[in-house]
Write a protein that binds this ligand. Structure first.
Ligand code: UGA
Length: 452
């Protein structure tokens, strides 16, 4: 089985490397010459745990190749995956920009030889598969091909595991031949009994959006419950556990925090809303989720200001974590991109550190003026408060005594709830987290008055 993977972004590179690990021959194609040159030199364009070794092993085994020219890989492939970007259209309204998908389809059409399945792996709006089919048919009327949809459900930071041990594989295909090719491709997963869901093109395309929108809704729901917990003295982590143990609800994606970010949820929720409008089937819940999540970031900046006695003017804030989540260097739609500028606008100096995201962070104009530091403790030098924005493991067990000695005032604002309030308060900090009751300062032993 030979695969051509068009696009070496997150999805294309991880999927390509994982398919080669299954034993197939994979050629990853990208127009970006610098990226391909770097990949050929063994350098990964993204930080993803385990990816570098996976790529190196399969390149060494002769199963994984990289090139800028799609002609050869496409003409020899059983399956061509289109895994190029589908960013939000710059004209606004949330539509996905399909320029790269359609351009890839046109180019693929020119090189198809024997029967090939052209698979869209990029997240594409309902109806895109049929448009891709039309483009290829018009460009290459005699080509022997089918179009299939095979959305991915990989999480950044856990992408390889998600590919190798998925909850399910979703395939939209409309001929037996196409279904057989896709089934063969995923045969290695039969061993661990992964459900392979076969459906029509539209169903597969919509399943992807519905999954991301549902997860974004779950996060937004628990974030609003966290607000109610704070107002009523309840504890959001206990509420999340209390509802999550109900099998119908499930424990995952119930961590309250500063709002979801990343390259997928923000873009895909907007695109689903736009599709709903077009189809006259408004997605009002998801519309609200988008608005509530946007507001959340502003609220988080206000929370930091409140924790600093109502003003950050002239104060220094030590920000730990800039990426939208841990184990990635991805800064796209990260809450830090809203929260840091809001603090600066309120007159604060921000000192920041992220274990993997510094290079990416420095490219973002929103973070201009930030003092980028070498490590967590370096951010704290003379700062008035620490803010945890991303739950990297190395921030989970800070030396609080050392932190206190570096800070001007011992204030910790933990927007990911990675500390136990009583521990932080016992270390002499004023502690603010999300959806949890503030811990009261440790009680002093009461002096016993002598009975005379
Ligand atoms: C998400 C989906 O989880 C993947 O299944 C999907 O394949 C991917 O989008 C995609 O469409 O490509 P990802 O964006 O990598 O994956 O990250 P998540 O782990 O889902 O986190 C997204 C955001 O939600 C992060 O900002 C994270 O901090 C936040 N989050 C997540 C919470 O605030 N609370 C939670 O309980 C879970």
């Amino acid at each position: 089985m030979r695969i051509a993977m068009i696009g070496t972004g997150y999805v294309g590179l991880v999927s390509g490397a994982c398919f080669s690990e299954f034993g197939y021959h994979v050629t990853c194609v990208d127009k970006d010459e610098r990226k391909i040159a770097a990949l050929l030199a063994g350098k990964m364009p993204i930080y993803e745990p385990g990816l570098e070794d996976l790529v190196a092993n399969n390149v060494r085994g002769g199963r994984l190749e990289f090139t800028t020219d799609l002609a050869g890989p496409v003409s020899g492939a059983d399956a061509v995956f289109i895994a190029v970007g589908t960013p939000t259209d710059r004209r606004g309204e949330g539509y996905a920009d399909l320029t790269y998908v359609f351009a890839a389809a046109e180019e693929v059409a020119q090189h198809l030889r024997d029967y090939t399945v052209v698979v869209t792996k990029s997240t594409v709006p309902v109806g895109t598969g049929r448009k891709v089919h039309k483009i290829i048919s018009e460009k290459a009327p005699r080509a022997d091909f089918d179009v299939a949809s095979n959305p991915e459900f990989l999480r950044e930071g856990a992408a390889i595991n998600d590919f190798m041990r998925p909850d399910r594989v979703v395939v939209g295909a409309e001929t037996d031949r196409a279904r057989a090719v896709l089934r063969d491709l995923y045969r290695p997963l039969f061993l661990n009994e992964t459900p392979i869901l076969m459906s029509g093109l539209e169903t597969a395309e919509l399943t992807k959006y519905a999954a991301n929108a549902f997860l974004a809704t779950k996060i937004t729901f628990i974030n609003e419950i966290a607000d109610l917990c704070e107002a009523t003295g309840a504890d959001v982590q206990e509420v999340a556990r209390g509802i999550g143990l109900d099998g119908r609800i499930g424990k995952k994606f119930l961590h309250a925090g500063p709002g979801y970010g990343g390259s997928c949820f923000p873009k895909d929720t907007l695109a689903l809303v736009a599709q709903g409008k077009d189809a006259n089937a408004p997605q009002r819940i998801v519309e609200t989720v988008v608005a509530v999540n946007d507001e959340r970031k502003v609220q988080m900046a206000n929370r930091i200001v409140a924790a600093c006695d109502g003003s950050v003017r002239g104060k220094t804030i030590a920000v730990l974590g800039l990426t939208f989540k841990p184990n990635t260097d991805d800064m796209r739609e990260a809450p830090s991109l809203d929260i840091v500028p809001a603090l600066q606008k309120n007159g604060a100096t921000v000192r920041a550190f992220d274990p993997e995201g510094m290079a990416e962070a420095k490219k973002h104009a929103e973070l201009a003026g930030t003092v980028f530091c070498d490590n967590a403790y370096d951010t704290m030098q003379g700062a008035d408060a620490i803010v945890i924005l991303t739950e990297w493991n190395e921030f989970r067990s800070l030396d609080l005594a050392r932190a206190k000695s570096l800070l001007r005032t011992p204030v910790l604002i933990d927007l990911r709830n990675i500390y136990r309030p009583e521990d932080v308060v016992a270390a002499g900090f004023s502690y603010t987290s999300v959806g949890r009751r503030p811990a009261s300062p440790p009680k002093r032993p009461r002096s016993v008055s002598a009975v005379g």
